[in-house]
Design a protein around this ligand. Structure first.
Ligand code: ZN
Length: 151
């Protein structure tokens, strides 16, 4: 009988083979941020379109460019699915929750983060067992946070 690890592997491979929201957005107006993980050679470009201002702004579109290993690319793909249509405040909360799952200490961790559902992203929790790959999994998230902090 297939176990949870097989299911997780399937989800990761599916997002790697058929990445969601790949492409580019014209920037500006979209915000562009580039991330690089020299340990593995992963490269991620995040294009982020926001509707509104501040924490109430909503992610109206998000696209991913770049290349890299299955963990980095599938994590980016799942991230875009989770982020579309969300207000920036929730995007930041989800990023904190995800990084906490990856065993990374987050400065601004909040009690309410624990209630946030990760959905398909839970498939990546097995990566924690491979410390070198954690950077692959969080690359797109850090790049997205970088985009959000771009003035
Ligand atoms: Zn990688």
């Amino acid at each position: 009988m297939p176990g949870l690890e097989d299911l997780y592997r399937e989800i990761i491979l599916d997002h790697y083979r058929t990445p969601r929201n790949r492409g580019e957005l014209e920037s500006p107006p979209a915000i562009r941020a580039d991330g690089h993980n020299p340990l593995c050679g992963d490269e991620i470009t995040v294009y982020l379109a926001l509707d509104g201002t501040g924490d109430d702004a909503v992610v109206s579109d998000i696209k991913i460019g770049g290349q890299g290993c299955s963990i980095s690319q599938s994590s980016a793909s799942m991230m875009t699915q989770a982020m579309l249509g969300k207000p920036v405040g929730e995007v930041r909360a989800l990023a904190r929750r995800f990084k906490t799952m990856m065993g990374i200490e987050v400065d601004d961790e909040q009690q309410s983060d624990a209630d946030i559902a990760l959905g398909d992203l839970e498939a990546l929790q097995g990566v924690v067992k491979f410390p070198v790959r954690i950077k692959c999994a969080v690359l797109s998230w850090n790049t997205l946070l970088q985009a959000l902090d771009t003035p």
